[in-house]
Each structure stands twice: as structure tokens, then as C-alpha cells.
Design a protein around this ligand. Structure first.
Ligand SMILES: NC(=O)c1ccc[n+]([C@@H]2O[C@H](COP(=O)([O-])OP(=O)(O)OC[C@H]3O[C@@H](n4cnc5c(N)ncnc54)[C@H](O)[C@@H]3O)[C@@H](O)[C@H]2O)c1
Length: 413
């Protein structure tokens, strides 16, 4: 029995899935291959990734390879009810709805796992966490899984270090074809799409503060510059901070930036990077949003406590009035702004990330006995295969080393 809001929405979800399919040539070619080879015949896969059209298509591609697939979301505000309905209509087990309460969200994860998966596709580590705490009885069914994002991999590495990880997990995020494209160009574009459609305000001429200059932060800062903003970066890593300076950005502490910014974007994977002391100094009308995985980067409880009044300003914008009359605006409750107030990354970007997911799931299936209870890298052959597929989809061929060149590169004298 599915848990979705409304099956009547299926037609709109189907249109969205058809649109992304047209723009996801890598997944299309894997779908064709899987229909022929049925690599997942008899295998149960649970997917917990932001449930919008691209994820839906990945789930369908896995099903086309013979898998029985259960699907849930990875954030209460990123599930699209029409997409969930379309998947359910296609016969997949779907447990997710938009704006789930914390209890409902956990219930949905539990229901997806209740399906006794052999392989999990996780985004942020919630399925893995449940399997190692409240759902331990399901561990014997698990062969392994794949993790989509930086934060999930941090959690997995902590478990591995303490000897707590009970099955192999492939770190999809750490493949070149993931973070170079998805984290940088995907987040760079979709975060601005989320901010722009939510605020309908100009970016040119504004002071934008990007907190965290990792792969996502670089993309967000690069695109802010393209829009004509004056960009400031806050970092804790001296190397990344120096990189930001040479990329042309002003680098300073969050304390300094808090008085200057018009728009603040957190993307660190860390908690409480913007808090009370910063709210006290911010300009009237400052806009705050988060692109990191969890809603802990902007301290919303402190903002709630400081506010003497709170008012919805526009869909997905909550205004908080400070005692001195200034208003601070928070987008999408401090959850990932590109997914909670947008459609997530462009389809062509998720095509690469999800081709990695599908091939990594196949890799787990063929190799889980030998991988150990570890966090495992995506094999180089899979990473290169995805890059070649992407080039092919653009009609680009590249040079190959000649025998003589290979010899030259391998020689030392
Ligand atoms: N919104 C999306 O669609 C999306 C996509 C990919 C990743 N993510 C998430 O975004 C977050 C960042 O991912 P990434 O791949 O850029 O990670 P990353 O590790 O490459 O970068 C994070 C950066 O933040 C810095 N940092 C950490 N704590 C900080 C602090 N307190 N103040 C200032 N800087 C700090 C780190 O030094 C690092 O440079 C993660 O939570 C990840 O899961 C979101």
C-alpha cells in the first residue's frame, strides 16, 4: 500500500518525468541496456533521494533492470506529490509526501525499508542510520548501498571509523563525475534558481555572502559573480580560503560579513554557522538561505527566539522582525533552497549523478561479498564510462594516447 498524497496528480507527475527523460540521455541508454540484460532481476532496491522527477526516472530505470523498487524522499520539503503519484501509478512502492512532519518522514523511511531491500540508495544517510539503529533486524538482507551526498559520506566515514558500519557503501559523491559537475555546476545553478524564483529580486549589485567554499560553494559563488553580485566568502579551511581569494572573492569572517550581506547562503555541512550574534548585526531585509544537506546551518531556533513578530512575506519566505524593527527573511525554513523551493539540479547534471548511482548499484550487486563493511570509492572505470557517455551525448570525441606516447609517459629516463 503506497503512502502518497493524491493519485489524481499522476498525470502532471508523468509529464515532469517525461520531460527529464528527454534530457537524460545517459540514463536512457542505461535503461535500454537494463531492459536487455535485467541485471537486477530478483533484487529489491530502496531509494531515498529528494523525490522529484529525476529521482523518479532513476527509480524507473532500476525497475526496468528487473529490480523491485521502493521509493521515499530524503527531505520533507523536497518531495513533489505529483511525481510520487506518477511513480505509484507505474507500480513502484512509494512512501512520501510534501511537507511531512518529522514523524511522518520517519514513518515513510521505515515503510520503504519494510520492503526488506538488498540494496539501498541513500542521500544524507537516513536509511543507513535507521538500518543501524531501529531496523537492525533487516541487516541480513542488505548487500550494500550507494550514498549520494557529502554529508552522508561524512556520517558513513564516522561509522566506519568506529567499526559500526555493517555493509559496504559506495561513495557516489566522491566520484569525479559527481562532485565536479553536480556539486559545482548543479548546485551553482539550482541554488540561484531557487532563490530567484522565491524572491523575484535582482542579484546584480547585491552583496552576497557564501559560507563554505567547497565544491558547492565554488559553484554558488561563481554564478553569483556572473549575476553581477559582489561576493564574499567565509571559510574555516585556510587552503579553500586562499583559493577563494585567488578566484576573485573577498574572504572574511562570518562576523564581518554579517553586517555587509544582502543575501547569505550557507553550504558547509556544518551546524550553526549563522546564529544569534550574526542576526544582531544584519541589515534590514537581509535574506538567509541554506544549500547544505541538513537544516542546521542557519540557527532557526535562535531566530525564532529573537523575533518579536513573524510573518509569511511570500511563498517560502518567512520574515522575522527584530526588536529594533529590522526584518530578516528566511527562505524555505532553512532547508536546501534549491530543492525545498525549486526543482533541484538541472536534468543533464542529475543524468551523470544517477548514471553513477545505477552503475554503482550494479557494482555492489556483483561485488558486495568482497567489498567489506567499508566506504568504497566508485571504481575509476565507472567514473570514466560516465564521462565518456556524457561526451558522446554531446557528440564529442577526444584523442587517445598513441602507443609511442603511452611508452613515453611510462618511461623514467
Ligand atoms: N543543495 C544541494 O543540492 C547539494 C548538492 C550537493 C551537496 N550538498 C550538501 O552541501 C554541503 C556541502 O557540500 P560540498 O560538496 O560543497 O562539501 P565540501 O566538503 O566540498 O565543502 C564544505 C566546505 O565548508 C567549509 N566549512 C565547514 N564548516 C564551516 C564553517 N563552520 N564555516 C565556514 N566554512 C565551513 C569546509 O571547510 C569546506 O570547504 C553538504 O551538506 C552536502 O551534502 C547539497
Amino acid at each position: 500500500m503506497n503512502k502518497i498524497r493524491n493519485i489524481e496528480l499522476a498525470e502532471s507527475g508523468k509529464q515532469k518525468i517525461e520531460w527529464v527523460k528527454k534530457n537524460m540521455p545517459l540514463l536512457r541508454s542505461l535503461e535500454e541496456e537494463f531492459i536487455e540484460t535485467k541485471p537486477f532481476e530478483g533484487v529489491r532496491i530502496s531509494v531515498s533521494v529528494h523525490l522529484e522527477a529525476k529521482t523518479a526516472y532513476l527509480s524507473k530505470v532500476l525497475a526496468s533492470g528487473g529490480a523491485e523498487v521502493s521509493v521515499t524522499g530524503s527531505n520533507p520539503l523536497s518531495t513533489q506529490d505529483d511525481v510520487a503519484a506518477a511513480l505509484a501509478k507505474d507500480g513502484l512502492m512509494v512512501y512520501a509526501w510534501y511537507n511531512a512532519t518529522d514523524e511522518e518522514f520517519e514513518e515513510h523511511l521505515n515503510l520503504a525499508l519494510g520492503y526488506k531491500p538488498n540494496i539501498i540508495i541513500d542521500d544524507g544517510g537516513d536509511l543507513v542510520h535507521l538500518l543501524h539503529t531501529k531496523k537492525k533486524e533487516l541487516l541480513p538482507h542488505i548487500m550494500g548501498g550507494c550514498e549520494e551526498t557529502t554529508t552522508g559520506i561524512l556520517r558513513l566515514k564516522a561509522m566506519e571509523k568506529e567499526g559500526e558500519l555493517k555493509f559496504p557503501m559506495v561513495a557516489v559523491n566522491n566520484a569525479y563525475c559527481k562532485y565536479l559537475f553536480d556539486n559545482r555546476y548543479g548546485t551553482g545553478q539550482s541554488v540561484w534558481d531557487g532563490i530567484n524564483r522565491t524572491t523575484n529580486l535582482i542579484v546584480a549589485g547585491k552583496d552576497v555572502v557564501v559560507v563554505g567554499y567547497g565544491w558547492c560553494g565554488k559553484g554558488i559563488a561563481m554564478r553569483a559573480k556572473g549575476f553581477g553580485a559582489s561576493v564574499m566568502v567565509c571559510e574555516i579551511d585556510p587552503i579553500k580560503a586562499a583559493e577563494a581569494v585567488m578566484d576573485g572573492f573577498k574572504v572574511m569572517t562570518m562576523d564581518e560579513a554579517s553586517t555587509l550581506g544582502d543575501i547569505f547562503i550557507t553550504v558547509t555541512g556544518c551546524n550553526r554557522v549563522i546564529h544569534k550574534e550574526h542576526y544582531m548585526k544584519m541589515k534590514d531585509g537581509a535574506i538567509l538561505c541554506n544549500a547544505g544537506h541538513f537544516d542546521v546551518e542557519i540557527s532557526v531556533p535562535e531566530l525564532e527566539k529573537m523575533a518579536c513578530e513573524k510573518r509569511v512575506q511570500r511563498k517560502n519566505i518567512m520574515g522575522y522582525k527584530m526588536e529594533d524593527g529590522r526584518w530578516i527573511n528566511l527562505l524555505a525554513e532553512g532547508r536546501l533552497v534549491n530543492l525545498a523551493a525549486g526543482d533541484g539540479h538541472p536534468a543533464e547534471i542529475m543524468d551523470m549523478s544517477f548514471a553513477l548511482q545505477a552503475l554503482s548499484a550494479q557494482y555492489v550487486l556483483s561485488n558486495y561479498m568482497d567489498l567489506g563493511n567499508r566506504v568504497v570509492d566508485v571504481p575509476e572505470e565507472i567514473d570514466k564510462r560516465v564521462a565518456l557517455m556524457k561526451l558522446k551525448s554531446w557528440g564529442i570525441t577526444i584523442d587517445q594516447l598513441t602507443y609511442e606516447q603511452k611508452k613515453y609517459l611510462e618511461s623514467w629516463c
